[in-house]
Design a protein around this ligand. Structure first.
Ligand code: MG
Length: 471
């Protein structure tokens, strides 16, 4: 080849210099292109709290406009049958970060400011996984996996943390930075704005190397707040305004990535931790066509609106209609970044990389619907079975839900779970029940539930009450 090259040079001596320049330029461009293709993608995971399946325009919301979240769907992928692993906050977050059913770590309920427990430190989070490829990881917002120092994000692979460490309706709402409380007085009207600015700053300071940014908004979990700029901007009252401010936040993040020319190097995902808190009425969201919401294992409690964009890699307007779950991100990121999965523990999620790359489907089509320790349902393919339920009377924190016998739904034709097909398909229901039990069995023995809090001993007050009665 070199002989030919020098023969050419000697033949066209007069053109040698410009020709060399052209060759060098072409080679440099090819080299740069190869390099930029090699860059590991940044991951921005935007997680909102208690957003319903019917609260985004791209999921048929009315009265709420979410053009930037919709953009993720139109320039990327929309998942129609995407499940959170739990109908409440903490277990859902544990599952997202570890790729495992939260029951495996005893997280069956939510942590409180008085909790002394947290997600066990030996769990491997996405942030720890990505350390193998030297990612910088930051979390902004709600952690909710234990806020005693040893359970905080910095001890679970994250490099930076800023946010309210648990739910915004709990006692002692504070802002923490890394391992310390930095503000005891939180004006929640500004929380979404402050988190957004923190996210933009994180991207700006980490633009040179691959990063994982987990933005876990406290909104739209009650009590809901929007900043003055967004009040009365939607046709759905304050709740709609809150969602439109979250949409603005997504817009700001996309704009920042675009301005730094990082959009093609970044996988941006948007999802919710569980369904809408319907007992909060117009301060809770909408599950759209789905049945029930947060705290229940009907579809409305666990099927969450999920979209993702990776410009130039995910084909625009992709719609994925098969089952996928929040636990899938862990093995998906591992596959995309060529990191081996931990081999000392089961990972329940399935790889979605083929789905994102348009090269195939997710392997596996079943899912267990746990509500804390109770296994209440199972989906396989388009079929879902629900175990008999004694119902709840309702409270200020929970909707009343009627008791029911075994339920069987065809989710493809009936996503709203309105037609119980059990009596006509008892054989199939039995088959599903057996598969569900086999799946549960495959999890092996599960640890006892972590203690979230214990009741205060108020016997002294009862003593005084009794004593005064006798006086
Ligand atoms: Mg939640």
């Amino acid at each position: 080849m070199y002989v030919v090259f020098f023969q050419l040079i000697s033949k066209y001596r007069g053109y040698a210099k410009p020709l060399l320049l052209v060759i060098i330029t072409v080679l440099s461009v090819l080299h740069l292109t190869a390099q930029s293709k090699k860059r590991s993608p940044n991951i921005v995971f935007i997680f909102v709290d208690d957003l319903g399946y019917g609260d985004l325009s791209c999921f048929s919301a009315t009265g709420i406009k979410t053009p930037s979240i919709d953009r993720l769907a139109t320039e990327g992928i929309k998942f129609t049958d995407f499940y959170s692993a739990s109908p409440v906050c903490s277990p859902s977050r544990a599952a997202l970060l570890t790729g495992r059913y939260p029951q495996r770590m005893g997280i069956n309920g939510v942590f409180f400011p008085e909790s002394w427990t947290g997600m066990p430190q030996n769990e491997i989070t996405i942030a720890e996984l990505l350390q193998q490829k030297k990612y910088t990881s930051g979390i902004i917002g709600k952690w909710h996996l234990g806020h005693r120092t040893k359970f905080l994000p910095l001890q679970q692979g994250f490099d930076t943390y800023f946010g309210i460490p648990y739910s915004n309706d709990m006692r002692s709402v504070v802002y923490m930075r890394d391992n310390e409380v930095v503000d005891f007085f939180v004006d929640q009207q500004l929380t979404t704005k402050i988190y957004t600015q923190e996210a933009l700053d994180f991207i700006e300071s980490n633009q040179e190397k691959p990063f994982f940014l987990y933005v876990a908004h406290n909104m739209p979990h009650v009590p809901i707040y929007a900043s003055d700029d967004f009040l009365s901007t939607s046709e759905k009252g304050l709740y709609g305004d809150v969602i439109q401010e979250l949409d603005w936040s997504v817009e700001e993040i996309l704009k920042k990535l675009e301005s730094l020319q990082l959009l093609e190097d970044t996988l941006v995902i948007f999802s919710s931790d569980n369904g809408p808190w319907l007992v909060m009425e117009d301060h809770g969201g909408s599950a759209g066509v789905l049945r029930e919401g947060k705290q229940f294992t009907f579809e409305g409690g666990m099927r969450v609106p999920t979209v993702a964009m990776w410009k130039g890699t995910i084909a625009p307007n992709t719609v994925y209609k098969d089952l996928a779950t929040q636990m899938d991100w862990f093995p998906t990121f591992a596959r995309l970044l060529e990191i081996p999965l931990p081999n000392d523990r089961p990972i329940d999620g399935k790889d979605l990389s083929q789905v994102l790359l348009g090269q195939g489907k997710r392997q596996g089509d079943d899912f267990l619907f746990f509500n804390g320790q109770r296994l209440q349902g199972y989906r396989k393919g388009k079929w879902k079975i629900k175990m008999p339920f004694k119902g709840t009377q309702g409270s200020p924190w929970q909707s009343a839900v009627a008791a029911h016998d075994t339920l069987l739904f065809d989710l493809e034709s009936d996503p709203g779970e309105t037609k119980n097909l059990y009596s006509k398909n008892k054989k199939m229901a039995l088959d599903l029940f057996k598969k569900m039990e086999a799946e549960r069995e495959s999890l092996g023995p599960l640890p006892p539930s972590l203690i979230m809090n214990t009741n205060a001993d108020q016997s002294h007050l009862r003593y005084l009450e009794e004593k005064r009665k006798k006086e």
